[in-house]
Each structure stands twice: as structure tokens, then as C-alpha cells.
Write a protein that binds this ligand. Structure first.
Ligand code: FAD
Length: 461
């Protein structure tokens, strides 16, 4: 933590920019900024709450001149330590709340970075549109955070991740200059693709203030949402593979194991079937017959079709809130985010169970079955060093296995401080050592003084 006199001088300078009511230093007030949602902790020196690009520019100038580390923060739902910073400035972007334009001809929306994804979709729905990427945290997370994390989500299986939906950005750089990247057009081939460099950059290359996002008209084909349960994972895995081989593409294809469904039932007073494997599936109505046949052939034990919109929403709610239910089962949590080739999904889930039994850990597991993205949620006792060590061992073994079978250590949550060494291992194992060197060079070009979210991600790998 910097000396008190430094913090005093810094907050005086920041107060000149945003007003004293938007500069927080008291520990009671900065408490909400000390953690992310996987309980990574760090205490900032100052929290500053700008609401205009001009203010962000001035703040970054102050940070750069003082060589003071700064992290942009949306809703703080990150699960990797990316959104917390010890002894630096937290730049809270949640006052960037405006939806500036919905363009119904060019199919884009122009938004500020602090808009919550579900709020965006509420507005778009009224205009007959939607923005497809839906991280399970979409009821909390911001446009800026989702861009900086390159977030995926439940509809990814059909529509891809944030990476596929950003046309242009307004960004403030470490030196306090602002620039536009990309164009809000269906096609644009001017220059290197800095828009996509910014997506997934975890706040280390610049601060996003505005975004132009592609949107789609609401689907006109009726859809069906259902829960399908199985008595074992290999059968569920074969069903998922078979659907793909028959080119039946789902809108949603999520999974939860028995322990996750039990935690959901306990937390939300629901009574979903606590089977070994549960799939949450949404399909276009005309595909339903063929899909149900596939599930039947592979031994599904129960289908529960949502009777109406309200029940369909309830199915979605339990999956999107499942992590929060599971997290509350223990004092410590390490959430994995590996993505494996889809045909290895069932084998991977068997490994999770084997490691859990061997290391005496509870590892409720959920994830995005349709794209092989698995979230084993390793629970441990924070007060018990042996339990913490076992959780770390399980975490690393699960990541290394994914690397060995051609997977990645992160499909959507990113690296933060959680997976720095595993990112390096993966890149080396998959022939990307030189790419990592280039990435470190890019970081130096964008942020020569190492002000933006330093000591994490590419910087630390
Ligand atoms: C219950 C739950 C479910 C989740 N499900 C998913 C899921 O399905 N898919 C998924 O991908 N993730 C998921 N996550 C992880 C997380 O919610 C996403 O990464 C989310 O997009 C982060 O958004 P945020 O606004 O909370 O960002 P924060 O957590 O505040 O920040 C995350 C990163 O983005 C940077 N950042 C934030 N705003 C800006 C900005 N304006 N400019 C530059 N950098 C910025 C921060 O510096 C940090 O590095 C889940 C988390 C929870 C708690």
C-alpha cells in the first residue's frame, strides 16, 4: 500500500477530476471493491467513479504520471483475480450506463461500457432485437467487463462468444489518449484488428468506454426448453456427440452434475431431478422430435419440457445461478474453466470425479456441454492448509490433463492471476512460445509504464 501522504495527494487530484463524492478511500466504502466472485482479494488505495471519457482520460494521465497501477472494474464478477488490485486505483466503470443508439437497419447497438448485459437485452427486446452472448452472470456483468474477458455464455453453442459480436470500440489508452478501434459496419478491412486484440485483454491494454455491438432480430422460429437427465455421464456424453454428428444445433446445451443440482434445489427451493447428469437444452421446435429420439437412444431417464415461458425462465435461472449456489457450500472455491474437444467431455467428467475421490474434495461440476467448456468447482476449507493444497493439486491436474488432450485452460473466464503459469505451459505445449513473446511486446507498446492491471495475465506469464 502506498504511504498515506501519497494516497491523500492522489485522491485530491482525482477529486478535482470527478468530484470528491466519486473518490473513495475509506475502508468501509472500498470494501465492495476488495473481492471478485471467486474471492480473490486485494485492497485498493483509491476507488474512482468517472462517468465521461474526458474524466477517464485525465485519470489515466494521473495514474501514468504517478506510475500508479490501475484496474478498470465493471461488476466485479470475474473469477480469476482480474478485477482486484492491491494498493492501486480501481476505476469503477458502472456509471457508464447509457444506451446511446439502437440501429435497426445496420443491426448494431452503441452502448457505454457500464451497461449490464441483461439491461441491454431488456431494451433491445422492446425493439425486436437481442444481443446473443449471455455469460451466466449476465444479470450482473457489464459490457466492458464482458469485452475485456472475451466472455462466453450459454448461447455460445449457437452464436459464439463476445469475440464474434463487437464491431468497434472507444478506448482510453494508458497515456490518457482516446481512440476509436474498428467501425460499426458489417465489413471493414482497415488496419490491424485492434478490436479483437482488446477483446479478452483483461484490462491490461486500455479502458473501454463505449462499444458498438452487433445485434440480431429476435428469432421467429418457436423454441422448446427442456431438462434431460441421465444415470451416467458416458450416456450423456454420447448423446451430445450424436446430436452434433446429426447436425442438430441447439440454442442452449448446458450441463450440471448431481451435486450441483442438489445445491440448486437447496438454495432455490426447487425440486429438479437429482440425476448423475442433467442437460439444459433449448432447440428450435422443428428439431425437437429428432433430438428427443437421440436422448432416448442414449438412455435418458427423464425429459421435462418447460410448460410455459415462466418455467423456461426458471430452468435458465437455476443454471445461471448454479455457481452461486455451489460456492456457498464451502469457505473456499477454485473454479475451473477448461475447454476440451467435445468428444472428450465424458472422459473429462470421469476424471473430475476420480480426482475428487482420490484427493477427498467435493467438486460439483457444471458447464457448457455444447462447446466442451467445463467448470469443475473445487470446494475447500480456507482455514485448512491441507484442504487448500489438495484443491490446488486438483486444479493443476485438471488443467494439465486438458492441455495434454488438446484443450485450453480457459474457454471464457480468462487468466487473471489464477492461471498465469498454466497459460505459459499451454502455450509452450501447443507450439505458442513465440506468440507469448509477441504478446509481452504488445503489452509494452500499449502500456510502457506498466500501469494497466499489472502483474497478471500476459505480463506475468
Ligand atoms: C455466477 C457467475 C456466472 C458466470 N458465468 C460466466 C459465463 O457463463 N461465461 C463467462 O465468460 N464468464 C462467466 N462468469 C465470469 C464473469 O462474470 C465474466 O467474465 C464477466 O463478463 C465479467 O464482467 P464484469 O463486468 O463483472 O467485469 P469485472 O469482473 O469487473 O472485470 C473483469 C475484467 O475486465 C476488465 N474490465 C472491466 N471493465 C472494463 C472496461 N470498461 N475496460 C477495460 N477493461 C475492463 C477488468 O479490469 C478485469 O480484468 C461468471 C461469473 C459468475 C459470478
Amino acid at each position: 500500500m502506498p504511504p498515506r501522504t501519497t494516497i491523500k495527494g492522489l485522491s485530491a487530484e482525482l477529486s478535482e477530476i470527478v468530484g470528491p463524492q466519486n473518490v473513495l478511500t475509506e475502508s468501509r466504502l472500498i470494501e465492495d471493491y476488495r473481492k471478485d466472485m471467486a474471492d480473490y482479494e486485494a485492497t485498493p488505495a483509491v476507488v474512482v467513479r468517472p462517468s465521461t471519457e474526458a474524466e477517464v482520460r485525465l485519470i489515466l494521465r494521473v495514474a501514468s504520471r504517478r506510475r500508479m497501477p490501475l484496474v478498470a472494474r465493471g461488476a466485479g464478477t470475474s473469477l480469476t483475480g482480474a478485477a482486484v488490485l492491491q494498493g492501486g486505483i480501481v476505476l469503477d466503470m458502472q456509471r457508464f450506463k447509457r444506451i446511446l443508439k439502437v440501429d435497426p437497419v445496420n443491426y448494431y447497438v452503441h452502448v457505454e461500457a457500464g451497461v449490464v448485459l441483461d439491461d441491454l437485452n431488456d431494451v433491445l427486446r422492446k425493439e425486436g432485437f437481442f444481443f446473443p452472448p449471455d455469460p451466466a452472470s449476465s444479470f450482473l456483468c457489464t459490457v466492458g467487463g464482458a469485452i475485456a474477458e472475451g466472455s462466453g455464455g450459454m448461447r455460445c453453442v449457437r452464436y459464439g462468444t463476445m469475440r464474434d459480436w463487437v464491431l468497434a470500440l472507444r478506448v482510453v489508452l494508458a497515456n490518457g489518449l482516446a481512440t476509436t478501434l474498428g467501425e460499426p459496419l458489417a465489413k471493414n478491412r482497415v488496419g490491424y484488428d485492434l478490436v479483437h486484440l482488446m477483446i479478452g485483454s483483461e484490462g491490461t491494454l486500455g479502458v473501454v468506454t463505449e462499444a458498438f455491438l452487433k445485434i440480431l432480430p429476435l428469432p421467429s422460429v418457436p423454441v422448446v426448453r427442456m431438462l434431460v437427465t441421465f444415470d451416467d455421464w458416458p450416456s450423456a456424453g454420447r448423446a451430445i456427440q450424436d446430436l452434433r454428428q446429426r447436425r442438430i444445433v441447439a440454442n442452449l446445451m448446458e450441463f450440471m452434475d448431481r451435486e450441483t443440482v442438489a445445491a440448486v434445489n437447496a438454495a432455490f427451493h426447487t425440486d429438479f431431478d437429482e440425476a448423475e447428469a442433467t442437460l439444459l437444452v433449448e432447440l428450435e421446435e422443428p428439431l425437437m422430435g429428432a433430438a428427443e429420439e437421440v436422448f432416448r437412444v442414449h438412455g435418458a431417464r427423464r425429459f421435462t419440457r418447460a410448460a410455459d415461458e415462466e418455467e423456461a425462465e426458471r430452468f435458465y435461472f437455476v443454471r445461471s445461478h448454479a455457481y452461486l449456489a455451489v460456492k456457498d457450500l464451502a469457505s473456499g472455491v477454485q473454479i475451473e474453466d477448461v475447454t476440451v474437444p467435445i468428444e472428450r467431455l465424458a472422459e473429462y467428467l470421469a476424471l473430475v470425479k476420480e480426482i475428487g475421490a482420490r484427493l477427498r474434495l467435493r467438486i460439483p461440476t457444471l458447464g457448457h456441454a455444447g462447446d466442451g467448456n467445463v467448470h469443475p468447482t473445487i470446494l475447500f476449507d480456507r482455514a485448512e492448509p491441507a484442504s487448500r493444497a489438495a484443491a490446488t493439486a486438483a486444479f493443476e491436474e485438471l488443467c494439465r490433463y486438458a492441455i495434454r488432450v488438446g484443450g485450453t485452460v480457459t474457454g471464457e473466464h480468462g487468466i487473471g492471476i489464477q492461471k498465469v503459469s498454466l497459460m505459459r505451459e499451454q502455450m509452450q505445449a501447443h507450439g505458442g512460445a513465440e506468440a507469448l513473446r509477441l504478446m509481452k511486446g504488445i503489452k509494452r507498446v500499449f502500456d510502457p509504464n506498466g500501469v494497466l492491471n499489472p502483474g497478471k495475465y500476459v505480463d506475468a506469464a
